[in-house]
Design a protein around this ligand. Structure first.
Ligand code: EPZ
Length: 423
């Protein structure tokens, strides 16, 4: 793997227009769901990211034919001869687990490696397994693989999918994708309501699934015999949009975001407004502009429609420069604080107390060599570096590349000074 680094010179003021890409986290479960609709599916507007290629590889290994052309990916799932998800592929990406439900529904059996994913703390899969068991699957763990059988097919059930930290995004995706082909009626309680889950539900409906309550915590699904292949366009990436919003704030800049769904970012917009940031809706996005002093605020991450955990790190970067003290509480992944040590290297004043970080605003951030640790923590380091004085060097940029397409080109086009170097 190329070990690229970023050299970022700051401080800069961002000004201009950015076109946001479409959502990787919406795309991955939808790609997995094409397993359910035997035939040629066409997905439009996918970002060009390594996780998307990994999902293509996973689908190819089980017998699908995939091809990618400039954001359009076609997945021919007519023949699935090997319902298997290899360790080497699935360990690279948590969303690999999303093939489990669709494979079980289509083939009656599946064997999928326990997934990997970003280093943001322990991430169990018990909710996924419990949900599939309630649909009638027999599940064993063997040599690091989840081995599942549904002899006689899956059967609809009433399922509560809540866990210790609330709903689960990918477990909801998995169970909903399995239930659409199960016999009879399934009710999922405590379903995740994230826009990515809604996008999957809308795609399944287009395939012919019968789902009601989409977007709410109670989904009702009437199983159908089979589904038809579709052409489907993925939603814009709300987390990429939120990352650029944070960058506009920390650089006291003005960014117009195109292809941005403000209705998916209400908690974020509310927070921004309480920080004195102007956010105005435009025809296909919004304009974020900020001038003045960042107001300290408290942020608690919560399942949608609450403030997203995937923007916690980027907003922490902003609050490092607020006039006063702020508190961030992480309620989804209580150990997701890899960025705290790195931001501190840049002269931020942070104190971690369990799932809380107390942020005492400082006058300025100072450039330093830092390490990217996971996708969103690394995005936070880029945001901080835009405002930091001097040249920040970010190592292990491949973490950022997993979730942001051409991030340095997008930032440089609106006034950043980011140089990518291969070492
Ligand atoms: C999805 O992960 C996203 N990943 C994450 O994005 C995101 O941070 C997360 O949802 C929360 O919004 C993808 O979409 C590929 P969860 P997911 O199951 O579904 C606990 C990024 O940076 N839990 O909703 O895996 C879990 O430990 C990433 O783009 C169980 O206890 O997250 C956590 O505390 C990282 N048992 C909580 O639920 C389970 O079986 C919510 O996690 C499953 C989850």
């Amino acid at each position: 793997m190329a070990m690229d680094i970023f050299k970022i010179t700051g401080p800069v003021r961002l000004d201009g227009t950015v076109t946001i890409g479409n959502s990787k986290n919406a795309a991955l479960p939808i790609m997995a769901a094409t397993i359910l609709a035997g035939g040629k599916n066409t997905l439009l507007g996918l970002p060009n990211l390594s996780d998307i290629s990994i999902m293509c590889k996973l689908l190819e290994d089980m017998g699908c034919k995939t091809s990618a052309d400039n954001g359009t990916i076609s997945i021919d799932s007519a023949a699935i001869d090997k319902p298997f998800g290899d360790y080497e592929t699935v360990r690279k990406m948590r969303a690999g687990i999303c093939v489990l439900g669709p494979l079980l529904a289509r083939c009656g059996k599946a064997e999928v490696s326990m997934p990997g994913g970003c280093a943001i703390g322990y991430r169990p899969v018990d909710i996924h397994l419990r949900g599939l068991q309630e649909l009638g699957a027999k599940i064993e763990l063997k040599n690091g693989y989840i081995v599942a059988h549904a002899n006689g097919g899956l059967k609809g059930a009433n399922i509560f999918l809540g866990g210790p930290f609330g709903s689960s995004v990918l477990a909801t995706a998995n169970i909903m994708s399995a239930a659409v082909l199960a016999k009879g009626k399934t009710i999922i309680e405590s379903a995740a309501c994230e826009p990515e889950v809604t996008d999957l539900a809308n795609c399944l409906v287009k395939m012919g699934a019968k789902i009601s309550g989409i977007g709410s915590p109670q989904l009702t699904i009437h199983g159908v015999k089979n589904l038809n292949p579709v052409e489907y366009a993925i939603i814009p990436d709300r987390i990429e949009a939120g990352t650029f919003m944070a960058a506009a704030v920390i650089t006291k800049g003005k960014l117009k975001l195109k292809n941005c769904r403000l209705d998916h970012l209400m908690a974020v917009v509310d927070k921004l407004r309480s920080m004195n940031v102007a956010v105005d809706e435009t025809q296909d996005g919004c304009e974020v502009s900020f001038n003045g002093h960042i107001q300290p605020t408290d942020i608690t991450t919560l399942p949608y429609p609450g403030f997203p955990t995937d923007l916690q790190a980027q907003f922490m970067a902003c609050l490092c420069l607020a006039r006063g003290n702020s508190v961030i509480t992480e309620k989804i992944f209580p150990d997701r604080f890899m960025h705290v040590a790195e931001l501190s290297r840049m002269a931020a004043n942070l104190r971690k107390e369990g799932p809380h970080v107390i942020i005492s605003g400082v006058e300025k951030l100072i450039a330093a060599p830092v390490m990217a640790s996971d996708l969103r923590a690394s995005a936070a380091l880029v945001v901080a570096a835009l405002a930091a004085h001097g040249e920040t060097i970010i190592n292990r940029v491949y973490h950022i590349d997993r979730g942001y397409e051409k991030i340095e080109q997008k930032f440089n086009a609106v006034g950043a000074k980011i140089e990518r170097q291969s070492i």
